[in-house]
Design a protein around this ligand. Structure first.
Ligand code: NAD
Length: 284
């Protein structure tokens, strides 16, 4: 029976260290600030926004929500984003994605200031994740996965990590972050042949698929560490991950639950990134 590795202790530890850093920065007369740019009022955006605001408050980080109408034109949106880019009091910017279809993310991603882009929207930050350049900002969720492993003492050096999912938000960046920690990384996706067989070779298995309970005990090697990024609804309308927790905990040495796992660490990563951006922008 594996150990359940929850997100809250990790989020608490990150928050504590961010609080201390924010106090130190404020003693210099600078107040770290996050701007959240939201188009429309998608319920999942609003839920994440509430969590992010609460976390910033706990950390002593200022925040501002720029809520824009769902039918805002591309030009108007870019004008608003540039205003936030140019606002010297703002150090971190979070733009909710996916954006409404009439807004072209492939153009907008070049507008957000890379120095303030705390959730890896800008291609500059995407490149930095690939380069292993630590001056950038990897997206919050993959970073949360890595923070959990660091907190619980998972040694990645030379281990085989298998990631299920190749999205730009989770699968690809988490693979790069694992590689940086000297894991040997295999990326699986919807066309992978013999997915359970591939996964059974993993010392560390990261599931970022979006398919409720896809990963059962036939995917897990005895003693593997299992990290579940998925957020899905099961047949009873309860939140569940991509991993069948009850089956996999029997084989895993460590396993994250859903809810209360990876998802509970993301806003503390965001806070950490705002502080980092603030330090870089102010050269402190
Ligand atoms: P996505 O839909 O962009 O990507 C899913 C990936 O899974 C794709 O690369 C696809 O190839 C792969 N895939 C799909 N079906 C598969 C199958 N049957 N076998 C193997 N691979 C398959 O999703 P995403 O944005 O990467 O998110 C993945 C999951 O993580 C979702 O459940 C999402 O809700 C969740 N998520 C959680 C957080 C968090 O904070 N915890 C943040 C972002 C996403």
């Amino acid at each position: 029976m594996g150990e359940i590795i929850k997100g809250k202790p990790v989020a608490d530890a990150i928050t504590e260290s961010v609080i201390r850093e924010v106090e130190e920065i404020k003693s210099r007369g600078i107040s770290p600030k996050l701007a959240i740019v939201r188009v429309g009022a998608d319920p999942s955006d609003l839920a994440y926004e509430r969590g992010a605001i609460k976390r910033m408050e706990k950390c002593g980080i200022d925040k501002e929500v720029i809520a824009l109408p769902v039918d805002i034109s591309q030009d108007e949106f870019i004008k608003e984003l540039k205003k936030v880019n140019d606002d010297e009091n703002v150090h971190g910017i979070l733009v909710f994605r996916p954006m409404p279809e009439h807004l072209d993310e492939d153009i907008i991603k070049y507008v957000i200031s890379p120095e303030k882009d705390v959730d890896c929207f800008s291609p500059v930050n995407v490149a930095k994740v690939t380069e292993g350049d630590e001056t950038g900002f990897p997206p919050a969720t993959p970073t949360a996965v890595m923070e959990i492993m660091k907190f619980y003492g998972v040694d990645l050096k030379g281990k085989h990590a298998v990631v299920i999912g190749r999205s730009l938000v989770v699968g690809k960046p988490v693979s790069m972050l694992l590689l940086k920690e000297h894991a040997t990384v295999t990326i699986c996706h919807s066309r992978t042949q013999d997915l359970p067989g591939m996964c059974r070779t993993a010392d560390v298995l990261v599931a970022a698929v979006g398919k409720a309970k896809l990963v059962d005990d036939t995917y897990v090697k005895e003693g593997a560490v299992v990290l579940d990024v998925g957020i899905n609804m099961d047949e009873d309308n309860n939140m569940c991950g991509d991993v069948d927790f009850d089956k996999c905990i029997e084989k895993a040495s460590m396993i994250t639950p859903v809810p209360a796992g990876v998802g509970s660490v993301t806003t503390s990563v965001l806070a950490k990134h705002v502080v980092k951006a603030c330090r870089i922008l102010n050269d402190i």
